[in-house]
Design a protein around this ligand. Sequence first.
Ligand code: ADP
Length: 486
Amino acid sequence: MAGLNIVFIASEAAPLAKTGGLADVAGTLPLALQHLGHRVSVILPYYRKQIDATGTSVRATDKGVDIWADRQQWHCPIHEAESNGLKFILIEQDELFDRDGLYGPPGDAYADNLLRYTVFNRAALELSAHSDTAVDILHCHDWQTGMIPLLLKSQYLHYPAIARAKTVFTIHNLAYQGIFDADWIGRLGIPTHHFHHDGFEFHHQINCMKAGILMADEITTVSQTYAEEICTPEYGCGLDGFLLNHTHKLAGIVNGLDIEAWNPATDTHIRANYEAGKSGGKKVCKQTLQEKAGLTIDADAPLMAAITRLAEQKGIDLLLAAAPRWIAQGYQLAMLGSGDPHTEQQLRELAAAHPDQFFFRSGFNESLAREIYAAADIFLMPSRFEPCGLGQLMAMRYGAVPVVRATGGLKDTVCDFDAARGRATGFHFREATIEAFDAAVERAVAIYRQPAVWSRLTGRAMRRDSSWQASAAQYDTLYKTVLKRR
Ligand code: ADP
């Protein structure tokens, strides 16, 4: 099968617009697919404020689409941008997309999100329908694009360019399902024939995630363990029973990392570059961060870090509860994160009480994130659930040993020290309790105090192959398999 024409449709993609791991996947998996000979483009809303702030050069085209929704016509001029040789198609609709946040104010959501993303979905389908080359795969991501397979199959199949396209729907996080009042159905012209319990209805409301699961030709999620977990009541967020009916088309494919963009040997944001086996540069980065953050300059104090959305999922409550004990032990903590205002306040208070040991910066700051990955000895991810997680991949690449809760992609990508010393890249704990987390941190610190063993451990973490190569090959096989089912 020759190279395929693949269209990614996503609500965020690095480096143009990013709030989390979805952006990393939507911006880097296409590059790996291009290396395999496919033609890939990425359709995004034109979040003017955020995208322009990245300095990306955006070109207006002479194309535009008009979408009817909520008794109104929405004119959407089309723009193009390129980054790393990847083509981005941006759908302009300033009233809907040019806002201070991608999805809402910090910790909140815009009330008209279903309108925003339905206009986006329809515009992406219109564009694909009028594409010069027939589309083979429409690859949709998370609830914001969950309606696309349904809209395609009920309203767009008369366009030859997409009539034979297959849909792949990737679940990056089942906890965010896109649930809205049923009265939007009429207002947005969403087909009603699947609005029932076995369809996209959920407690009398619209559930966009369910629509994607129901109507996509293939569903993937971002690790094998998470694919299994979401079919259980503990992790299924109310959709485990529904997912069990669709496991015949569900696959888990672990995320990769753009290992060129995330490389301590070439990263221009960090004070000194370094590679596995040569730790001098990392020591410089640690001291640099300690100076910048106002922490005690101490090469021996274990420097632990977390870079995360501040959401319940991430287990920051466990970290907050255990932190006073770690501070009493003389450990240091550097945290970067934004989200829940209450958690931000607690972190700010802890930092104010222990400025020489606890650093907290709120906000989204990729440059500082890189400095922290490079400086840290230990990286903390006590997630209650974690579909894949990219923080631990970045941490390993930068020689910060992850301590993770053994769930989802964390379990699949970090090899526990006690389970297999010769292959270990980090430390696991199982129960989401303060005691279990604390015990794992203590295991990590005990090994940190043995420089020769620690050096072998960090070297293995840094050399771990976190590239997209193996996972892109799995997507390649999946696309070709679903296309054979014409
Ligand atoms: P999620 O997608 O659930 O937020 P992941 O671990 O998959 O979690 O991805 C998080 C990504 O976002 C990583 O690339 C991490 O470095 C980045 N990130 C999270 N919070 C911040 C922040 N405040 N500033 C900079 N980067 C951040």
